[in-house]
Design a protein around this ligand. Structure first.
Ligand code: UDP
Length: 238
């Protein structure tokens, strides 16, 4: 699939993408290099919005596994995504990129609430909108948040930046014979339970015909290459 020609994209970064080589938390140098990639893509004339996960700080499932109430733990996870969003906003603004953070959990001292029409206006003005707190409800993930925002912002594609260069038939970090798919259908992803995004996110993209592009964000310059249709990725589509 040719990515050139796309006007508006949503980039989903997992929280882990902000850790760099640290085992936990936010590595400012890594966030700065991610921000530089976003700026480069924006400078090519793309409209970009971002969704950032929180797994580098807290995941609800991990809390629940240790005996916490799942919903309570999920709210903590959502708060973690707000911290990551603020870190990315800071890094983008240091590069001169105008941004707005909109959170699905209102906290008006630090960011705007999610208001679609306002987000639309920001993007028309060339600002990068960072959507935080996922869908704003427990038992969801930021993948679902990314699919939801990509649909409501009418994005041409959802780019999922991960630590592998696409979707494989087995875990490439464990099985050297694992094969990467160039393209996949949504239905195949769901039927084979392939690890792209969680099922609700994939179904939302399928129902709204939003291609999902899975690529390695840890490799410098990769976002630009993928957007130019040159990088290695797996494209999930109709
Ligand atoms: N979360 C949630 N609802 C949402 C989005 C996130 O409850 O709509 C919580 C959930 O506990 C999740 C955590 O926030 O584990 C961090 O998000 P996620 O695991 O998606 O982050 P990522 O894996 O992308 O870093």
């Amino acid at each position: 699939m040719a990515l050139p020609g796309m006007k508006r994209i949503l980039l989903k970064l997992s929280g882990e993408a902000l850790m760099g080589s640290s085992p936990f938390g936010i590595d400012p140098e890594t966030v700065a290099s991610m921000a530089a990639e976003v700026k480069e893509a924006k400078d090519r004339g793309l409209e970009i919005c971002l969704v950032i996960g929180g797994g580098n700080i807290f995941r609800g499932m991990a809390g629940a596994a240790k005996g916490m109430d799942r919903a309570q733990a999920d709210y903590m996870g959502m708060l973690a995504t707000v911290m990551n969003a603020l870190a990315m906003q800071n890094a983008l603004e240091q590069l001169g990129v105008e941004t707005r953070v909109q959170s699905a959990i209102e906290m008006d001292k630090v960011c705007e609430p999610v208001i679609r029409r306002r987000a639309e206006r920001h993007m028309e003005k060339g600002r990068v909108v960072i959507f935080a707190a996922g869908v704003g409800a427990p038992y969801f993930t930021t993948d679902s948040g990314a699919a939801l925002r990509a649909a409501e912002m009418k994005c041409d594609a959802l780019l999922k930046g991960t630590s592998v260069d696409g979707v494989y038939n087995a875990d490439p970090k464990k099985d050297p014979s694992a094969v990467r798919y160039d393209t996949l259908s949504y239905d195949r992803v769901l039927a084979d339970n392939l690890k792209v995004m969680d099922a609700s996110a994939v179904a939302l993209c399928r129902d709204n015909h939003i291609p999902i592009v899975v690529f390695n964000i840890r490799e410098p310059g990769n976002l630009a290459r993928v957007l130019a249709g040159e990088g290695v990725s797996t494209v999930v589509g109709d």
